[in-house]
Design a protein around this ligand. Structure first.
Ligand SMILES: [Zn+2]
Length: 54
């Protein structure tokens, strides 16, 4: 089952959306995006909590 992370789920007004089979990839790309675009550090736990299984 794939997981999907959307910035919207984190309360951001941002169209970023990522879908992948790999938790590591989901976390690493979402963290990079959050850091680069929102200047925020998000924990692995938070990303996995906000991600939906799709
Ligand atoms: Zn974003």
């Amino acid at each position: 089952m794939a997981k999907q992370f959307e910035c919207k789920s984190a309360g951001m007004d941002c169209p970023f959306m990522l879908r992948t089979e790999s938790d590591d990839e989901l976390v690493s790309f979402s963290q990079q995006h959050a850091k680069k675009t929102h200047k925020k550090d998000v924990s692995r736990q938070d990303i996995l909590k906000l991600a939906k299984s799709v």
